[in-house]
Design a protein around this ligand. Structure first.
Ligand SMILES: Cc1cc2nc3c(=O)[nH]c(=O)nc-3n(C[C@H](O)[C@H](O)[C@H](O)COP(=O)(O)OP(=O)(O)OC[C@H]3O[C@@H](n4cnc5c(N)ncnc54)[C@H](O)[C@@H]3O)c2cc1C
Length: 384
């Protein structure tokens, strides 16, 4: 074992991983409990991550990014997720917004907004509505053309990072179908508020706010990609965000494993340390094997994103998110168990690991929807 890297040797650029690990240990780990407890958006930490180049790691150099592959972005998300899943999901919403613009936006839109991510611009991705969660084929938020403008009306709910976001990607329905729009927070007619259901028990990076849109007027080029093609664009973007979400789940699982191992190596019962009981060692054997397997799947998904033909990216991104989220919950639960009463203490980190892991079985693509995606893929492949 490389003792400098613990049980988790870097699966991407060693140098990058070492730098991010150092930042996570010095800055994120000490702040994680308070961010979770007080449900705070970690603004200062997100700006610091931007200055380390993490927020723009995959953006091309012409937009201020490092042009690195997605294996590197997955490594960053895993490391940050190890320190705090709440900080890591703050990165995910930024990546989601910049990815849809990078893939589908006009040159003017890219030139206007993408360089701002290097300066730490905070962004959110707003799709969900009170009556539309998993099913986004139609939306109650509407967009209509009026001369040289688009006008948006409606309301979004559950928007992660929305308490601090300076910029939103918002999906709305035009007369051609669901479409994506770039919406600065400063737009007249846009308000964000903390609703009755804004606070979650996990992934707490500030309340998941509601965004109200009342006659929000946007220039024509703020339509991202093609009118009516928003669902297809959102699904493509999901392949990226699901892979990175899976990496965050691996980070949570690793953190739970390491913390449980440290506790059981120090705790004495029946004249020996708890880790010396074979029954306890088997828990760790299961945890390690499952984390390793899920971690390899996340790497495979990131490699599919990096491959020029993106072959089977939907398969691996969906499988990675499905498996990693479930593994993280399972590992967090076992970590509580091997730590006994300490595992259940509010001031110990295990309840946070468990809550974050469980919440990620729903946010960013629920396990049921991911199973549907994989099932459709299997049936289609079998018929071809
Ligand atoms: C922590 C967190 C952060 C979030 N952040 C954002 C955000 O930033 N932006 C945003 O737009 N949204 C966000 N969401 C919303 C999220 O995308 C939705 O919660 C998710 O799409 C599920 O929708 P729903 O909660 O309305 O569940 P529902 O659609 O009401 O589904 C209820 C249950 O039925 C299952 N189900 C639904 N359809 C099927 C089906 N066809 N087959 C089998 N089972 C099915 C679901 O998986 C779920 O278990 C967030 C959610 C969470 C928990």
């Amino acid at each position: 074992m490389d003792t400098a890297q613990g049980f988790w040797p870097a699966r991407a650029d060693d140098d990058l991983v070492r730098r991010v690990r150092a930042f996570v240990a010095e800055t994120i780990v000490p702040a994680a409990h308070e961010i979770d407890e007080r449900d705070l958006y970690p603004t200062e930490i997100v700006r610091q991550l931007a200055s380390l180049g993490c927020n723009t790691i995959c953006l091309p150099a012409r937009y201020g990014g490092a042009g690195a592959p997605y294996t590197a972005a997955a490594a960053v998300c895993e490391e940050v997720g190890y320190g705090s899943a709440a900080v890591a999901i703050s990165l995910i919403t930024i990546f989601q917004a910049q990815t849809i613009i990078r893939l589908f936006g006009s040159d003017s839109l890219k030139d206007r907004y993408l360089p701002r991510f290097a300066d730490g611009m905070i962004a959110s991705y707003a799709l969900t509505e009170a009556s539309h969660g998993s099913d986004i084929r139609s939306l109650d938020t509407k967009a209509r053309r009026e001369g040289e403008s688009w006008i948006l009306d409606g309301e979004k709910s559950f928007i992660t990072s929305g308490s601090e976001a300076e910029f939103f990607v918002i999906l709305a329905e035009t007369d051609r179908g669901v479409s994506a729009f770039a919406v600065p927070r400063a737009s007249a007619g846009l308000t964000a508020y903390i609703g009755h259901n804004s606070a979650t028990f996990g992934l707490r990076n500030g309340p998941h706010v509601n965004i109200r849109l009342e006659g929000v007027r946007l220039p024509l080029d703020h339509l991202i990609g093609q009118d009516g093609k928003g669902v297809r664009q959102a699904v493509t973007t999901l392949d990226y965000s699901r892979t990175l979400a899976a990496a965050i789940s691996i980070g949570i699982a690793r953190a739970a494993f390491d913390a449980a191992l440290a506790h059981t190596r120090g705790r004495v019962a029946f004249d020996r340390t708890v880790i010396e009981f074979q029954g306890i060692q088997w828990y760790f054997a299961d945890m390690l094997a499952r984390i390793d397997a899920a971690r390899l799947l996340v790497t495979r998904a990131a490699e599919a994103l990096d491959a020029p033909d993106h072959a089977d990216v939907l398969r691996y991104a969906s499988a990675a998110k499905l498996v990693a989220a479930e593994v993280a919950t399972e590992v967090a639960s076992k970590a509580v168990q091997v730590c006994g009463a300490y595992g259940t203490m509010v001031n110990a980190p295990f309840n946070r690991f468990f809550r974050d892991a469980k919440t990620y079985e729903i946010g960013g693509g629920s396990t049921e929807v991911l199973r549907n995606t994989l099932a459709k893929y299997i049936v289609k492949q079998a018929a071809s």
